[in-house]
Unconditional design. Structure first.
Length: 403
């Protein structure tokens, strides 16, 4: 089988329209940045930080699912493997954008000599920030970011390159397969030391450097992973509707729906554990974050976050037929991605913006722009090779499974 994907004109137009909205919003935001007050300037950089980090983490989730399924030697993913490959191969783009945004915030953005987003950059005489300086400092931030983004981007590119190289390898030659297997183990170790550990502390939690949570990295990973699985499902359903991915059946859609359902519950579990432990301990350094979010002006987002990201997916995806219905899973996938975009908004914005927040034209316009970049880049990658991972060692197992 040699299924090829040609980007439909409607998809090109959609990506260009969304990208255009993002560019226009960014230009207007720059005008706001140059002529606005300190709040407008802080909001500008905080929104760019929010979106660039969010899209970097959800695209990296596709690299993770490739590595995890490779180590498990799972054949079920081979039917649509080119989708997570195409998403993961574009981690470099979102990671580059995120790195540029964060470096500009750290080294350029100042208001009256202070950094309103990463307060630890200009700690002054703050004893707590000085105590954390061995970890929270510009040198460590740059080094960790470059290593993290570089490694994520490399593995995203390498996994797709190996998969395509397998097409021209001798039949039943398992050399590339085992290379992929070994590299998957290396990536998961790196992923554990970055996404599941230090990176969310540095990129996100440090916008409120006086607050900390030992569960924050797992919470961030759960949010990014369920969003990443939802993103994979959206592309799989779209390609099926285009008459592609003949090997994909409702069983695969059902499996993806189960992943969305399961990790919605896992995200809620981590959310509750973090909240419950901080509430029960009642330590001022920890409760300050939830007080602002639950009892302050962000309370509407706090409760909407729980409803959108747990109650709705849980109730709708609980039934077996709903996980096999294309419309239902598409709707829930879009809901989950938007809901966890709100989750990341709530993680980041209260730190730099405090009680005065907006969720208006600038936030939605930049979000639309990143969605446009995602559609454009992933569709081009999908069109560059066959949609079937030909000559894959587990392809026969996949075909037997669905026949």
């Amino acid at each position: 089988m040699n299924e090829r994907f040609e980007i439909p004109g409607s998809l090109k137009r959609t990506s260009m329209i969304l990208l255009g909205i993002g560019i226009v919003t960014l230009v207007l935001g720059i005008a706001l940045l140059l002529g606005g007050d300190s709040y407008d300037k802080t909001r500008f950089w905080a929104v760019l930080l929010h979106n660039s980090v969010f899209f970097t983490l959800i695209t990296t989730a596709s690299v993770f699912i490739q590595a995890a399924s490779s180590l498990a030697q799972g054949g079920w993913i081979v039917a649509y493997r080119r989708v997570p490959e195409a998403i993961g191969a574009n981690v470099w783009l979102f990671g580059l954008i995120a790195a540029i945004v964060m470096f500009l915030i750290v080294f350029v953005f100042r208001i009256d000599g202070k950094n309103p987003i990463y307060e630890w950059v200009t700690p002054g005489n703050d004893a707590a920030l000085m105590h954390k300086k061995p970890f929270l400092n510009p040198g460590m931030f740059v080094g960790l970011t470059l290593v993290t983004v570089g490694l994520w981007a490399f593995f995203g590119w390498k996994f797709r390159a190996l998969s395509i190289a397998q097409e021209s390898a001798p039949k039943n030659n398992a050399k590339i397969y085992w290379t992929f297997f070994r590299l998957s183990g290396v990536f998961l170790l790196i992923y554990a030391l970055t996404q599941m550990s230090t990176t969310p502390w540095m990129w996100i939690m440090s916008v409120q450097p006086h607050w900390y949570s030992t569960m924050f990295s797992w919470y961030t990973w759960a949010s990014a992973f369920v969003s990443g699985m939802s993103l994979i499902l959206l592309w799989v359903v779209y390609l099926k509707n285009q008459g592609k991915l003949e090997l994909v059946t409702k069983e695969h859609i059902h499996d993806l729906g189960k992943f969305m359902f399961a990790f919605t519950i896992f995200w809620t579990y981590v959310w509750f554990c973090q909240y419950m432990l901080i509430w029960y301990a009642n330590i001022p350094e920890e409760t300050v974050a939830f007080k602002l979010r639950q009892q302050g002006p962000y309370s509407i987002i706090f409760y909407a976050n729980f409803i959108i990201n747990f109650i709705m997916p849980f109730l709708i995806l609980m039934a077996r037929p709903s996980k096999r219905n294309y419309f239902t899973v598409t709707f829930i996938a879009m809901l989950i991605i938007f809901g966890h975009w709100l989750d990341f908004y709530q993680m980041i914005m209260p730190g730099p913006l405090g009680e005065h927040w907006h969720l208006g034209w600038f936030e939605m316009g930049i979000f639309a722009g990143f969605v446009g970049i995602l559609i454009f880049s992933v569709s081009r990658t999908l069109a560059s090779a066959s949609l079937v991972a030909q000559n894959n060692i587990l392809l026969k197992e996949t075909i037997i499974h669905i026949s």
